[in-house]
Design a protein around this ligand. Sequence first.
Ligand SMILES: [Zn+2]
Length: 353
Amino acid sequence: MPTMRQWGALLALCAIAMIAAYGCGRKPADVDATTPSQPESVELQPRTIPVFCYHAMEPDASGTYEVATEDFKEQLAAMNEAGYETVTPTQLADYYEGKAELPDKPVCITFDDGPSSILTVSKPLMDEYGYIGAAFLISTSVGGEDNLSWDDVRELEAAGWDIGSHTACHIHATRVSGEKCAEELEASKATIDDEIEGECVALAYPYGLYDEETLDITKDAGYRIAFTIDRGPADQTDDPFLVPREMVVNGNSLRTFGRWLAQEKLHLEEIDPPRGHRFDMSTPQITARLADDIAASEIEFTVAGKAIDVDVAEDGVTLTLNPELSTGANIIRANYWGSPQRETSWVVVCDAD
Ligand SMILES: [Zn+2]
């Protein structure tokens, strides 16, 4: 049997052969041609990719970040029923880099913090559907109580799972110095690279926090892809260092989960200043271009649950947001409740007191 890595290489070869035989197809209208990670010669086939972020599984989930085992079973059955095939962060990185295509209905299932239930509960349930996932480890916590050991981690890897970093000590990237952030990202990757067969190519930002400097540090540390907990599915328009994930928590209904599976990304392009910007004022202006064929007036923009004042230019697609920010990290959310529902969000930081 070929290993996962060999399968990856085979798939990449098949993709190249298919592109050679059939051409690359139509370029999707909403691809931002300025996305720096997208080589000019490669055109990505559009894909909507729900990415889920889980933590521990418990039969009787009590904490917010624990998901009841029965709920997880139902969620897996829903994904399988709808025809989803799991893809790993490495496969997503290959896709964004134009090296390999994704299946028609990809889904990415990730787990943060490295609880032992990934191996004892989540993996056996996923195995029933041939699903594989990704574990984002806090490198200094591996081997701790109720956490995966390095042997467990290697067992996951041997089964095809991706092993990613969730930093060394679960830092708040927007609160620590650039130097500290670099140290955390580099040290955790080095530790994981030492312990596993393959390479740690993916990062999940703890608390979903990032700023513009974090993204540069992540690239410099040698990661190929990084995950937030921004809202909405991933798709070909993403910055590979800002891949969104829906976090599944205790009590999310199957209906909510189904909505996340079916929704699409809300496309705001040319966001200026960009995602992750640090503002030195609490009432900044952010401009963006609406790239979906929906009315701007039907989008609900909020920050911390409060409506954002939005001006729509005469062209109907140039938006000016005037959010009221709190000191620290703020999440700007945009929701369209039509059909299909569309969603996106991003982090900005306010340094003003
Ligand atoms: Zn975490």
